[in-house]
Design a protein around this ligand. Sequence first.
Ligand SMILES: Cc1cc2nc3c(=O)[nH]c(=O)nc-3n(C[C@H](O)[C@H](O)[C@H](O)COP(=O)(O)OP(=O)(O)OC[C@H]3O[C@@H](n4cnc5c(N)ncnc54)[C@H](O)[C@@H]3O)c2cc1C
Length: 413
Amino acid sequence: MTESPIEVRCAIAGGGPAGMMLGLLLARAGVDVVVLEKHADFLRDFRGDTIHPSTLELVHELGLLDEFLRLPHQEVRVLNAQVGEFKLPFADFSRLPTRCKFIAIMPQWDFLNFLAERAARYPGFRLRMRAEVTELIEDAGRVVGLRARTPDGPLEVRADLVIGADGRGSVVRDRAGLHVTELGAPMDVLWFRLSHRPGDPEETTGRFDPGRIFVMINRGEHWQCGFVVPKGSTDEIHRRGLSAFQAEVARIAPFTADRVGELADWEAVKLLTVRVDRLPRWYRPGLLCIGDAAHAMSPVGGIGINLAVQDAVAAANLLAAPLRAGELTADHLRRVQQRRELPTRITQRLQVLVQNRIISRVLGRAGPLRPPLALRLFARVPALRRIPARLVGIGIRPEHVRTPAAGRDGEAA
Ligand SMILES: Cc1cc2nc3c(=O)[nH]c(=O)nc-3n(C[C@H](O)[C@H](O)[C@H](O)COP(=O)(O)OP(=O)(O)OC[C@H]3O[C@@H](n4cnc5c(N)ncnc54)[C@H](O)[C@@H]3O)c2cc1C
């Protein structure tokens, strides 16, 4: 079986935050677009549930904020670090110049379903689930489409532009011969859930303990827990056994002692191998990578989703008009990289600084821990907490929706 070929202006590989946001914005601007997502739905393992103030601002600019905030979510207004007995607030979102002065914590699949449903209102939008991109189609050195595997047979898509939004293991990037530069990370993260019970603390907190960092995100009915460990130490943790791991969690966060048994086997504990990398060049004629496919971010600050969304907005702003007019050149693609490369580089540099100055030291320490100087300063001088709040909540060079919504005839209004 072979499916009939599709012809579109833009084919997007990957229905994550970057691909879905770009699909919505292009369709809204009257560009014919198809998003190909290899999974059957958006329900996945935990991959980050944070919707940052700058992303909420974009949702507002799209006129969708009220609907969006009706979806179940939690609101985090202050970020705290717990070092031994000391609770140190270090980021306060309440003074941000954005409509929403909080991080909304919402399952990523709710966010993606929301984008998919809103995008489906535009006639130029198509979403193909269970379509796994396997190859690029090239003509005289230019990417002119892609091939995907679907349950109904191979699918060929011809497009003026192929977007690689297929995440940090990007197939599109690989097939295009684009290679990332690794920046390195000293840690991996073990993610798992524990139930949230009456009487628990309410705050989302990062707990620092000699040799360990333990993040607990309050998700209402449960805690999403991230256990940060030295890179490559997971085999050793497995060798020591699950009960030793449970005991360690209970030691760092004593109120969890009555429920660490919920971790029935290692299946409940998912390893995130942390990678920080970026492409020196994000594009080739006919092809552009965005989001994690262009730059995998460190989990420091939890900003991967936000950066992916920001890339999508910048790409839509710069590419919608030439795509609609059928006049796209490699120079348009270069401008997207030019716009987003600086925020990516600065953010990764700051993340690597935190990794080397704070995370490595905490993970490498056996004796008692003193709060790092930066955390002590933020705790002592409340005004300083606006700096990490701004970096985490808004980021460098925030984007705004500049693409006009198309009129009924598909022409830009
Ligand atoms: C365990 C974990 C925790 C995280 N926590 C946070 C957090 O708290 N906050 C935060 O901001 N970020 C977090 N991140 C990072 C965040 O998930 C990413 O930065 C963000 O999702 C990047 O978006 P993206 O659209 O570029 O890529 P992805 O979200 O990776 O989306 C890529 C999509 O492409 C699809 N795909 C892949 N290959 C193909 C193919 N060949 N054909 C078709 N489709 C394909 C995938 O199924 C996926 O849906 C976390 C990541 C992990 C793994």
